[in-house]
Ligand binder design. Structure first.
Ligand code: PLP
Length: 391
């Protein structure tokens, strides 16, 4: 019987050996064997079948991390998924796997600001040049390709400004020029967008967000196709970037309800977006209004939308924007997103970093809302009372 992914998520990873619905947390540095022959046999099996879940040392994982990797590989429809201690660890691992001194990389201008720091500043010290492209004008990507270009790094949608890009076009440009591709797919997750199926070599998700869903664990996943598997495996080994079993357990537990939560985040966000779209002072940075390029690009590639949105607010007085945010009673103020609870942030330079293509007028301000799983009518009422302060 073919099962849908929703059913698979509920029924997988049962532990009939221990008679438990959920798999046990297997913590180990030393993996114990019956004999030296047993060690050698396991090592030979690992060499023959490198995705098969054979380990001879705890740094390679235990059955707890392997179960999570198997679930994510099915969700991503990828060749394999590596798991890292944070989402940013997966960003680093993707880049470190394929980029070497002397190479050039092309990066989407609105990437998560630590990704910008890593590529623009840190990699420069290792003689890697980074060029940023405009997410809504892919000519800026094409014209910067040189013989040295090794990687195109996409984040979709872009952080803070939520720009949706023509992903198919980016892949065809990369393939034509034999360049590796990576995408940060934390916003949509493979529940709504499957980048490896689309043609990307690597796809990153911060598991800290929707995978865990409860704001109590950090982790990252890096899905790969067969072409880059060996390179990422080698880099993973040398960097030691491996998720621990306790965190893997919590992320596996969160994944059980990924579909239910994301469907609800989407429905709630849609209701909040409908309310906000009527406000003349606000430009919604969320795929809601059908006439925009962003909406078309989202519709072309995604099967749904998550709960994170941006508001571009026109207000002469920046203090009134702060007052609006500070007056929200049901939204917490804090970093991260993807948990069950709503969050709000005023996005200033610290969050966006210095971008090349961000056109923000003096009287325009960015606010980010994460729409959680509360009753959307309560969230709308809360936003309504806080909006009184905008001037
Ligand atoms: C788009 C995006 N990618 C990657 C990360 C990094 O994930 P983590 O916080 O798990 O390291 C974040 C964190 O906010 C993010 O927003």
């Amino acid at each position: 019987m073919t099962k849908s992914f929703k059913t698979f998520l509920k029924h997988t990873a049962k532990d009939f050996h221990n008679q438990s619905v959920n798999p046990p947390v297997v913590r180990a540095s030393t993996i114990i064997f019956k004999s030296m022959q047993h060690i050698r046999k396991t090592q030979a099996k690992a060499q023959k079948n490198p995705t098969g879940g054979y380990y001879d040392y705890g740094r390679q994982g235990t059955s707890t991390t392997h179960i999570l990797q198997k679930i994510l590989t099915k969700l991503e429809e990828s060749y394999h998924v590596f798991t890292t201690p944070t989402g940013f660890g997966s960003v680093f691992l993707a880049i470190f796997s394929v980029v070497r001194p002397g190479d050039e990389i092309i990066v989407a201008d609105p990437v998560y600001s630590p990704t910008r720091l890593l590529t623009q500043d840190y990699l420069k010290e290792f003689n890697v040049k980074t060029v940023f492209y405009n997410p809504s004008d892919l000519k800026t990507l094409e014209k910067n390709i040189s013989k040295k270009t090794k990687l195109i790094f996409v984040e979709n949608p872009g952080s803070n400004t939520f720009d949706f890009q023509d992903l198919g076009k980016i892949i065809s440009i990369a393939k034509k020029n034999k360049i590796f591709t990576a995408i940060d797919n934390t916003w949509g997750t493979p529940y709504y967008l499957k980048p490896i199926k689309l043609g990307f070599d690597m796809a990153i998700v911060s598991a800290t967000k929707y995978y865990s869903g409860h704001s109590d664990v950090m982790g990252g996943s890096l899905a790969v196709n067969k072409k880059v598997f060996g390179k990422v495996k080698a880099a993973e080994r040398i960097t030691g970037l491996r998720l621990g079993p306790d965190d893997a357990y919590l992320i596996t537990r969160g994944l059980r309800t990924l579909d239910v939560r994301l469907d609800r985040h989407r429905e709630n966000a849609k209701k909040v977006a409908a309310f906000l779209s009527k406000n003349k002072k606000i430009k919604l940075l969320y795929p809601f209004k059908k006439d925009s390029l962003n909406f078309r690009m989202w519709k072309k590639y995604y099967s749904g939308a998550s709960g994170l949105m941006g508001l571009k607010i026109k207000a002469k007085n920046i203090y009134s924007v702060r007052k609006f945010v500070n007056s929200l009673k049901l939204f917490g103020y804090g970093y991260s997103w993807g948990g069950f609870e709503s969050l709000a942030l005023h996005q200033e330079f610290r969050e966006t970093g210095k971008r090349k293509y961000m056109n923000l007028a003096k009287d325009e301000h960015l606010v980010r809302l994460h729409i959680g799983l509360e009753d959307p009518n309560d969230l709308i009422a809360d936003i309504k009372q806080a909006l009184r302060h905008l001037k």
